[in-house]
Every structure is written in C-alpha cells, then in structure tokens.
Write a protein that binds this ligand. Structure first.
Ligand code: DX5
Ligand code: ZN
Length: 245
C-alpha cells in the first residue's frame, strides 16, 4: 500500500489535532485504536486513572455523557470533563447520550472535547449538528443504537468523521455484546469504501479480548472498552492486550 493510501485508510488520517501531531507520528499507522471508557473508572481517583491512561497504550479517552432522558442513567457533564482534561495527554472522544445535543456543542468544545459524537436518534437535523460540531473545531461523530440501520447514514457519510456503532443498548457499562454488530460493521465498511469516505468505525459496548480481533477483521477502527479495562486486575496490561491484537 502506498503511503498516500495508508494515510487515507488509516485511523489516524482524521486525528491530527493540533498539539497531538507528535503523538500521532509515533504510532503505527495501520493499527486500530483503543479508547478506554472512563465510565467504568474509579471516580474517586480520577487523577490517578488519568495517569494510568496517559502512561498506557490507550489512544483516546472515551467519555460517556448521559442525561437520564435519552438513556436511563446519568453521568457527568462539562465541569468534570474540564477537570479531567487538565490531567490528560490524549484526545477526548466524547459520546453524548443526551437529547438536544446542539444546545451544548460549544460547551463541550470549551470543556475539551476533540471528537464529539451525537446520537442519530437524538438529532432531527443531523447534517446541521455535524456542521456545528466541525465549526467548533472538533471531529464529528454519529452514534447508532443497536436497532438503527447503518444505511440511514448513506447520504451523510462523507461528512462524518466517526460512526460509533453501539454494540449494547446505551446507558450502562458492563453489558453483553450484541452479535448482530459484526454484520453492521461489514455493511458500514462497504458503504464507507463505496463513497470513498475516510470515516472511522468505532465499536462501543461489551468489547473484550474475546471479540476484539473479530471486530477489527470486520472493519472496526476504534475499540471502546470500559469494564473490560477498568475492572481488570491490571488495566494497563489489559489496554496493551487490546492494542496488540
Ligand atoms: C454505554 C457507553 C459505553 C460503555 C462501555 O452506554 O456508551 O461507552 O462505557 O462499557 P463496557 O465496555 O463495559 O460495555
Ligand atoms: Zn460510549
């Protein structure tokens, strides 16, 4: 594969955030990304969890924001993200599980989001939401619930930097992986290639070392892992294991 093609198809082609260029350059261009979800981290020791992630093979922080309306759970918002951002040395992949996300796009940019992902099911004017995210200097992600067909993104795929395929119903960590996700990845990958887009495919929910290889082989670029990382005896080693697959 030529260097140009490597860059075009690489998960890194869309993450040259200013300030992270040196970091990006040091990584194998063909490798999938690992984004531990801090939802399963120790909230009483967030600074030491940040130190662990900074010194690990993790590529991004995955940050789950829930509003108790779009999903039946509440997590945290801008003040907590701002506080963590001070200690983090890697990009923030912020996953909004909230209704009316457009109201808060600028606030999440100010809080430190590098990638901002909104749910298809929460955005009646998705094209506008994507443009607003980009106008604030962030990469734009769109998440799909397990029941949402990937074909619904066909007309927009070239505008989307990342599609987050939910492989559990959003709202909680520690749920079991939904097997139909493999088919969705393949369909989405074919669509991305057919449209000559550079969209990354992220898988979120129930990711473990038992399914990670198959997810990558189907076309996943980014693996989110919460409980598998943070509930393991040695999170640093678990991240390394996911990264080395
Ligand atoms: C679920 C969240 C996920 C969650 C993943 O609504 O979006 O990011 O933290 O957790 P695990 O890996 O435990 O399924
Ligand atoms: Zn998530």
């Amino acid at each position: 594969m030529s260097q140009a093609n490597v860059e075009k198809h690489s998960p890194f082609s869309c993450i040259s955030f200013s300030g992270f260029n040196t970091f990006v350059q040091t990584i194998d261009l063909m490798k999938h990304l690992v984004a531990p979800s801090i939802l399963s981290s120790d909230f009483a020791n967030l600074q030491s969890e940040c130190d662990m992630l900074n010194n690990s093979d993790a590529d991004w922080y995955h940050v789950d924001v829930m509003d108790g309306v779009f999903v039946p759970n509440l997590t945290f918002g801008m003040p907590v993200i701002k506080a963590i951002k001070k200690h983090a040395t890697k990009p923030f992949d912020v996953h909004l599980m909230i209704v009316e996300p457009d109201k808060f796009i600028k606030d999440f940019a100010d809080a430190g989001a590098d990638i901002l992902t909104v749910h298809y099911e929460a955005c009646p004017h998705l094209h506008r939401s994507i443009q607003r995210i980009k106008a604030e200097g962030m990469k734009a992600g769109v998440a799909l619930n397990p029941h949402t067909n990937v074909q619904l993104l066909e007309d927009l795929i070239q505008d989307i930097d990342l599609v987050c395929l939910m492989s559990v119903n959003p709202g909680f960590g520690g749920q079991s992986f939904i097997e139909n996700t493999y088919t969705k990845i393949k369909t989405l990958k074919a669509m991305i290639q057919a449209k000559n887009a550079s969209t990354l495919i992220e898988i979120d929910g129930g990711v473990t070392s038992a399914n990670a290889r198959k997810l990558i082989d189907c076309g996943a670029d980014v693996l989110v892992a919460g409980s598998f990382v943070f509930k393991s005896p040695n999170p640093t080693e678990t991240i390394k294991e996911l990264k080395s697959l």
